[in-house]
Design a binder for this molecule. Sequence first.
Ligand code: FE2
Ligand code: FE2
Length: 166
Amino acid sequence: MHEKSIVLLNNAVRDELAAVHQYMYFHFHLDDQGYDLLSSLFRRIAIEEMTHVELLAERILFLKGEVIMEVGEPVKPIHDVAGMLQMACQLEESTILDYNRWANECSANADSVSKKIFEDLVAQEEIHYDQFDNEWDKVKQFGERYLALQSIERSKTISAGTAPAA
Ligand SMILES: [Fe+2]
Ligand SMILES: [Fe+2]
């Protein structure tokens, strides 16, 4: 009955999985470069995107569809911090546009529950966008000095012996 919704929900699963992979990739690299704050931000948001996959999958199964666990895009090997934040902002922005459109499509097809799922996700993606955009602004404004501060924080934690176990 809700074939179109199942297609849209699966499109969203593909995009969410792509975000999980890309953000975890950024998380590893930022951790490796010593930028704890940004590394944790990407890790936390990757986990939130994973919970979005779960929500979408539950709805697909409820509609008696098959969850297609395909990653939308291969991970882009970006290693510079500004490039990572720029890409994350673009990902969130295009997701916000898509989910708004797909909410309207679900509504037009008399599927108000899927519509609400997309609307709730838009609200969360807007928060992600805002968090990445704030960090990107700081990197643009303060450049290497902002990143150096994060490295110094890590060194302080390590020398104080309070570093979290790796
Ligand atoms: Fe998401
Ligand atoms: Fe997001």
